[in-house]
Design a protein around this ligand. Structure first.
Ligand code: NAD
Length: 481
């Protein structure tokens, strides 16, 4: 069996490639110090891994679907048996509370089982005396699966499982901020999969770019920021590779007039603070009727003040740090800029004076129009509460001016919300909830939030291409049938 997890200590210190491709420390964001060494994958090793995946592809694609299902179920069992060690690494490198890390790894294991049950049956399109036309879904070849740092284990499996079921082979590159849990997962899954069908390579954007331009890679399935998605679309274009891009979001939550704001505040807070705000489909801005917006902001600020932040290994912790110093500086910079423009911070609003990358749950009002905190994705634990005067259609139109289009939620009377549900320009509209995702419901963004969808039968189809079989029936065949 070829090594599924590729790293190298071969790059000599001082070599020009050392900084980009060599081994490097991985930080614990709760402590702001290194806790592990990631191996790094050299360009030559990457090429070798992709070649292995390309060689394994015909055999895996020809493996009966039921046998591939069995392999996915074996992955499910293997990952389920390793929840504790994988979750421990996940908390150390990402910062999330350990119970959330365990839940993520369990969900990832279950994703293999859910995916194993999906159908890829051929279809009969035409059945006529002179012709029979059928349709089958065939794999692309080698799939590059590139994942972000916020839910590294789950979001990788959301790609790996359907890609493998469809008959592709997969090379997975985790975020350089959170590689250790994925590298361990790679070793675990390799025991359940045939050689060459799956590998994990460790490195940053340069390695990712090299992966996306390799001629053997036919589909790039990417989850991450809009900027990186744009770069990947450009990289893939030269060779007309297929792309699935699940990108950033700046989801609005619109509280409808007449809603009891006290009754929705807790759910809005949870929708914004999940994973310390590092969730693509978190509530990133709240629009509330002017008459009630202050009451809502005060209720959210009260919750922000009582939230428990800390090291994810401490069982009392509700919210962990941001994943990196760069992310901390981005969030702090956007809040500081809003304050300089006249905004008011009701809770939080300052980097915590302690080791690690801690930014407290923060509630902001009085944003100047066009503030970056309203129009850009902050990806942190910050809730801007923005008042509106007139009818909610107008405020939805205002929210739609953001180029993002991942999700939107409407809060209040269900009938009124249903009438408005066609207005938000995004992939998912939630009513009286936000960010609820399921394995059997498609998820994807409109406009800058992405291309294509993931999850369920719809997501599985992205890992296939259509192949038509058109049979002209001869007279003799017709007489026989
Ligand atoms: P990121 O874009 O910085 O990195 C994601 C991955 O892309 C990493 O593995 C990185 O090394 C790689 N990468 C970067 N540039 C590349 C290039 N040119 N070629 C190939 N690979 C490259 O994102 P992040 O900070 O890890 O994650 C946060 C972002 O992800 C947020 O914008 C968030 O909204 C988004 N996200 C979207 C979804 C979704 O389903 N739509 C889910 C989770 C996160």
């Amino acid at each position: 069996m070829s090594a599924p997890v590729v790293g190298s200590t071969a790059t000599a210190p001082g070599h020009p490639g050392a900084a980009r491709y060599g081994p490097r420390p991985v930080e614990n964001p709760a402590l702001g110090e290194a806790f592990a060494q990631a191996p790094g994958c050299t360009p030559e090793q990457l090429d070798g891994v992709i070649d292995d995946a390309a060689r394994a592809f015909p055999g895996w694609a020809a493996t009966p679907l039921d046998a591939r299902r069995e392999r996915l179920l074996a992955c499910h069992r293997a990952l389920l048996a390793a929840v504790e060690p994988v979750a421990g690494l996940l908390t150390r490198e990402q910062g999330k509370p350990l119970r959330h890390a365990r839940a993520e790894v369990r969900l990832a294991a279950d994703w293999f089982a859910h995916t194993a049950r999906l159908e890829l049956a051929p279809e009969r399109l035409v059945e006529e005396p002179a012709a029979r036309v059928g349709l089958e879904r065939v794999p692309h070849g080698v799939v590059a699966a590139i994942a972000p740092s916020n839910y590294p284990v789950l979001l990788a499996v959301c790609k790996i499982a359907p890609a493998l079921l469809a008959g592709n082979t997969v090379v997975h590159k985790p975020s350089p901020d959170t590689p250790m849990s994925s590298l361990m997962m790679g070793r675990i899954l390799s025991e359940a999969l045939p050689a060459g069908t799956f590998a994990v390579v460790d490195g940053g954007a340069e390695l990712g770019a090299r992966l996306t331009v390799h001629p053997a890679v036919r589909l790039v399935s990417f989850t991450g920021s809009v900027d990186a998605g744009r770069a990947i679309a450009r990289q893939a274009a030269a060779d007309l590779k297929r792309v699935v891009l699940e990108l950033g979001g700046n989801d609005p939550a619109v509280v409808l007039p007449g809603t009891d704001v006290a009754s929705v505040a807790r759910d809005l807070f949870a929708g914004a603070m999940t994973n310390s705000g590092q969730f693509c489909a978190a509530v990133k801005r709240v629009y509330a009727p002017r008459t009630e917006h202050r009451q809502l902001a005060d209720a959210l600020a009260e919750m922000a003040r009582s939230a428990v932040m800390g090291d994810g290994l401490d069982p009392a912790t509700e919210y962990g740090p941001l994943v990196s110093r760069a992310q901390l500086e981005r969030v702090a910079g956007m809040v500081d800029e809003a304050v300089a423009g006249g905004a008011r911070v009701l809770a939080g609003g300052r980097v915590l004076d302690r080791a690690g990358h801690f930014y407290p749950p923060t509630v902001v009002t009085g944003l100047a129009p066009g503030s970056r905190l309203e129009v850009e994705e902050q990806f942190g634990p910050v809730i801007p509460v923005i008042p509106y005067d007139d009818d909610p259609e107008q405020v939805i139109a205002r929210a739609n001016t953001s180029p993002y289009g991942l999700g939107c939620s409407l809060w209040g009377d269900e009938g009124r919300a249903l009438v408005l549900a066609g207005r938000p320009a995004c992939g998912t509209v939630w009513i009286n909830t936000h960010g609820a995702l399921r394995h059997d419901v498609p998820f994807g963004g409109h406009r800058h939030s992405g291309i294509g969808v993931e999850y369920g039968a719809w997501g599985l189809r992205e890992y296939t291409q259509l192949k038509v079989h058109h049979i002209a029936l001869r007279q003799a065949d017709r007489e026989m049938s």
